[in-house]
Design a binder for this molecule. Structure first.
Ligand code: HSE
Length: 318
């Protein structure tokens, strides 16, 4: 901010939406989608008598602007503080502006977008003290599971795995990526509630099925053999246990497949249903909306490209 005394730097970060799990890859697989939240942060020189962050500016526009906190509880601010702490430095007071296109609590990674946006913005503001791996670790610690924050940070398809005490992550650019059709119901499902619905253990045969299916989903995206998705997106670790929270889930998945989708599943912990296609996107969208309407659920659809780029700084330090 040249010429404006008191202002240090401005950073603007664009973060993609994400679909986690991809059917069988519970808490492991994730995909970045072409729908974006923007986090803009302006670092301020500390005033002579700073009266605390709560009085600094925090604007939210777009999705869920009416409900998101503007204080230290805000995920962007929590993530920024966590990056500074991990780097062992002090964060200057900041003004924050969030412009949100990702709907809240629908299984499209809105909280991860806020966390990753805050992490990347703080790291940029502080002169990049943390590596991508460090940023991922900070983001995972806040979110509690890695499969949304990883593709939000890195783009493409990400595979996260337990690596000792930490989280390992590999990313790949899908070959000839299909488009995605998302059907977003008009109600929210909190991830915490959806996680409480899961059993502590599952039958071995279900676990074995999921191992093969998760491997096949990754191989499909890595090779372009998307014909495998139809069978491989079947999941037995989380979707069946969440069906009661997402009325019409099975019907919408079936309708998408019947309309020509390559595969379909719950996006994250729902309630969004995501289908994959190289053609017939409109018919797939209509079929999903109809199936949900049949059980009394209103939904809007979007056709989104897979996003190969993760969180990106769109306006760097001046
Ligand atoms: N893997 C997480 C879950 C994703 O299914 O609970 C939440 O979006």
């Amino acid at each position: 901010m040249n010429g404006q005394p008191g202002r240090l730097d401005r950073v603007c970060v664009r973060v993609p939406a994400t679909a986690a799990n991809l059917g069988p890859g519970f808490d492991s697989l994730g995909l970045a989608l072409g729908l974006f939240n923007t986090v803009e942060v302006v670092g301020l020189t500390p005033s002579p008598s700073p009266s605390g962050r709560g009085e600094l500016g925090h604007e939210v526009e777009g999705e869920s602007a009416d409900v998101l906190p503007r204080d230290e509880q805000n995920l962007v601010r929590r993530a920024m503080a966590a990056v500074a702490e991990r780097a062992g430095v002090r964060l200057p007071p900041v003004d924050v502006r969030q412009v949100n296109a990702i709907p809240l609590a629908r299984g499209l990674g809105s909280s991860s977008a806020a966390i990753v946006g805050g992490c990347v913005a703080a790291n940029e503001l502080l002169g990049r003290p943390l590596s991508q791996d460090d940023l991922l670790a900070v983001a995972v610690a806040i979110e509690g599971h890695p499969d949304n924050v990883a593709p939000a940070l890195l783009g493409g398809l990400t595979v996260c795995y337990a690596a000792g005490e930490g989280t390992g992550c590999l990313r790949l650019d899908p070959v000839d990526p299909p488009r995605t059709v998302v059907a977003i119901p008009d109600y929210e499902v909190e991830t915490e509630q959806a996680r409480r619905a899961l059993p502590a253990s599952v039958p071995r045969l279900d676990a074995v099925l999921n191992v093969g299916h998760a491997g096949a989903v990754v191989a499909a995206f890595a090779t372009g053999r998307y014909d495998a998705l139809r069978a491989a997106m079947e999941d037995r670790l989380h979707q069946p246990y969440r069906a009661h929270l997402v009325p019409g889930m099975d019907e919408a998945i079936r309708a998408a497949l019947e309309a020509g989708a390559l595969g379909a599943c719950l996006s994250g912990s729902g309630p969004t249903i995501i289908a994959f296609a190289h053609e017939r996107e409109e018919a797939i969208a209509e079929a999903m909306v109809r199936a949900l309407a049949n059980v009394g659920v209103k939904a809007e659809t979007k056709t989104l490209d897979v996003c190969l780029k993760g969180a990106s700084v769109t306006r760097a330090l001046s």
